[in-house]
Design a protein around this ligand. Structure first.
Ligand code: UGC
Length: 249
């Protein structure tokens, strides 16, 4: 997988950020949350209709899946792929600062020309021992990119822009089994992080064209970013106080 140069948090970075619940509003700069508007009061307004002889409610256009590969240099067309990721629980470390368990983000990646949807299967809301973390960063404007890149090269245009991730504005969300999500095309994100006691299977939907540099770009986060998780059971059951989970930059 192609790796862009590593980057590290700037000295101006805040030292801590909150671990937040995944909501459509909070996640909007990075993509979309997919959830049942009947059971999640914070859902955006969606059109719906009756289906299946009235035994089903059908919500329409629940997420966007647009092919941006026409902007790639190779001209290689992409097709829609359904893959499955079986994500095992990650090892957590004990934060030297808080003495609580934490996940260290060492890699961020992006898919410049496609959204990517993660749909968990087999993780119920009753599974309060396991949840998953969605860790994302906005993209820096190109001027900052030029200052940060070591090889002087600028990748082609993409929906979020070609810049490196802004680690000073990294966000970490915790999600439940009754939520799926779509990373917007080009959104910097950590490889999926499951925490807790069991593996989670995800059906993953995205466009791909087989050109490695256009399908996925990855970079190392020098020194890592520590996301404080604390008690996974508290996080997974949604009982965590908002100020408890923190990421240290
Ligand atoms: N997000 C994640 O876990 N992984 C990927 O985006 C991937 O395509 O490898």
């Amino acid at each position: 997988m192609p790796t862009t140069p590593s980057t590290s948090p700037s000295t101006a970075a805040p030292t801590q950020i909150l671990l937040e619940p995944l909501t459509p509003h909070a996640f909007a700069p990075f993509g979309e949350v997919i959830q049942n508007p009947r059971t999640h009061h914070n859902s955006p307004t969606l059109a719906n209709t009756q289906a299946n002889q009235g035994s089903a409610e059908k919500w329409l256009d629940i997420t966007s899946m647009q092919d941006w590969y026409g902007r790639g240099d190779s001209g290689q067309p992409a097709s829609l792929k359904f893959n499955m990721f079986v994500c095992y629980p990650r090892s957590l470390e004990i934060s030297p600062r808080s003495q609580r368990s934490a996940f260290c983000v060492r890699v961020l990646e992006r898919h410049p020309f496609t959204p990517q949807t993660f749909i968990p299967i087999g993780l119920g809301t009753e599974d309060t021992g396991t949840c998953y973390l969605v860790i994302v960063a906005p993209t820096l404007p190109l001027g900052s990119e030029a200052r940060h890149r070591e090889d002087g090269k600028v990748p082609g245009p993409q929906p979020q822009g070609p810049g490196l991730p802004d680690l000073t504005r990294l966000r970490a969300f915790f999600a439940r089994g009754d939520q799926a999500l779509t990373y917007g095309a080009g959104t910097w994100h950590a490889p999926m992080v499951v925490v807790g006691v069991k593996a989670v299977e995800f059906v993953v939907v995205q466009y791909m064209n087989g050109v490695a540099a256009e399908d996925c770009q990855e970079m190392e986060v020098r020194g890592g970013v520590e996301v404080e998780v604390g008690d996974v059971k508290e996080v997974a059951s949604g009982n965590m106080g908002r100020a408890e989970g923190k990421a240290r930059l």
